[in-house]
Design a protein around this ligand. Structure first.
Ligand SMILES: [Zn+2]
Length: 298
C-alpha cells in the first residue's frame, strides 16, 4: 500500500534512489479487465456469502499475490558467504538476513519502530526484502505480506516497513476501508486517513530515536520536514498559551498529523505508479468497483 511519493521528486528523479515508490493497494494493482472480472464476484459474495465465491476470490488474490503476469522477479545473484563468516556449524547471514537485522536494530530505537515490529510478530506478517518493485507494498488479504523494493537501503526500508505495518494492522484488525460497503467519500477519506497515520508513524520512528541514533540513519521519512514544522508551530503556540507540556505535545502531534493529511489532498503527494493524487487514486478505484460490469460473467 502506498508509501507516498513526493510530487516534486518525480520529475527530477528517475533513478528510484530516493523516490519512495510504492505499489498500489493489492486490489488496485489489478487492471481494468481483472477488476471487471472481480466485481461480480465481490457483489455475489456480499449478497450471498457464498463459500465457493469466496474461494474463487482467494485464488485470484493468490494469483495476484504471486505477482503472476505483473511482476518480474529479479535475483541479486548467488550470495557468497565470506570464509570469515562461515564458522563450523553456524551459517553465515545472507545479505538479506543482514539487512533485516539492520532494519530491526533501527526500529528498536524508537517506540513507533517497536510497535511496528510487534504488529508483524502478532499477525505473523512476512516481510520480503528482495521485492523487485517498483515500489513497496502491503498486500492483503490478512494476514497479508509486506514487500519492500530491494533497491532501498536498510534505513529507508525500516521506515517503509513501519508505514506498511500500519496497513497490515488495519487490515488484520478489520479497520481498513471496505470499498464495496462504503460510499465514495467515506472510502476515500478512510483510506487517506490510514495513509496519513502510516506516514506519521514512519516519521515518528525516526523522530522517536535519540538525536545521536538519528544522525546514524541517513534516510528521512516522507513528509518529515512538513510534520516537524507543523508540530513546532503548534507546540510553541500552546506553550505561549500557557498549556502544560504534555498537552502542548498532544496538540502538536494533532497538528503534525493534520499537515500530513492535508498533503494528501493538496497535491503534494502523488502515487508513484499512476502519478495521481490519492483522492483521485482511491476515488477512481471506488468508481471501478461500483460501475456496472459490462457483463455478469458468472
Ligand atoms: Zn500506504
Amino acid at each position: 500500500m502506498p508509501q507516498p511519493l513526493l510530487r516534486a521528486k518525480r520529475s527530477d528523479d528517475s533513478s528510484h534512489k530516493h523516490a519512495r515508490r510504492d505499489g498500489p493497494r493489492p486490489d488496485s494493482s489489478l487492471n481494468a479487465d481483472e477488476i471487471a472480472r472481480l466485481v461480480p464476484l465481490l457483489r455475489l459474495q456480499r449478497q450471498v456469502g457464498n463459500r465457493v465465491v469466496s474461494r474463487g476470490l482467494k485464488s485470484r488474490s493468490a494469483y495476484s499475490a504471486a505477482g503472476v503476469g505483473t511482476l518480474i522477479h529479479r535475483h541479486d545473484g548467488p550470495s557468497i558467504a565470506s570464509p570469515a563468516g562461515s564458522r563450523f556449524g553456524r551459517k553465515a547471514k545472507t545479505p538479506t538476513e543482514k539487512k533485516r537485522s539492520e532494519i530491526d536494530a533501527i526500529l528498536k530505537k524508537s517506540k513507533a519502530g517497536k510497535e511496528a515490529l510487534a504488529i508483524l510478530k502478532k499477525y505473523k506478517v512476512p516481510v520480503n526484502l528482495d521485492h523487485p518493485g517498483p515500489g513497496s507494498v502491503y498486500q492483503g488479504p490478512a494476514p497479508g505480506q509486506i514487500m519492500i523494493e530491494n533497491t532501498v537501503d536498510a534505513g529507508e526500508a525500516a521506515f517503509i516497513l513501519v508505514h506498511e505495518a500500519i496497513h497490515a494492522k488495519a487490515s488484520n484488525e478489520g479497520g481498513t476501508a471496505d470499498v464495496m460497503a462504503m460510499g465514495r467519500v467515506e472510502y476515500v477519506t478512510t483510506m487517506i486517513n490510514e495513509e496519513t497515520t502510516a506516514t506519521v508513524s514512519s516519521i515518528e520512528a525516526k523522530l522517536g530515536m535519540s538525536k545521536r541514533a538519528q544522525k546514524k540513519v541517513e534516510a528521512t521519512p516522507v513528509m518529515q520536514e512538513r510534520y516537524e514544522a507543523a508540530y513546532k508551530t503548534a507546540y510553541d503556540a500552546a506553550i505561549e498559551g500557557k498549556k502544560k507540556k504534555k498537552e502542548a505535545r498532544k496538540l502538536a502531534e494533532q497538528a503534525g498529523w493534520q499537515s500530513v493529511n492535508d498533503a494528501f489532498y493538496d497535491g503534494s503527494l502523488v502515487t508513484s505508479n499512476t502519478g495521481e493524487t490519492y483522492g483521485d487514486y482511491y476515488g477512481s478505484f471506488w468508481d471501478q468497483c461500483h460501475a456496472p460490469p459490462a457483463e455478469e460473467g458468472i
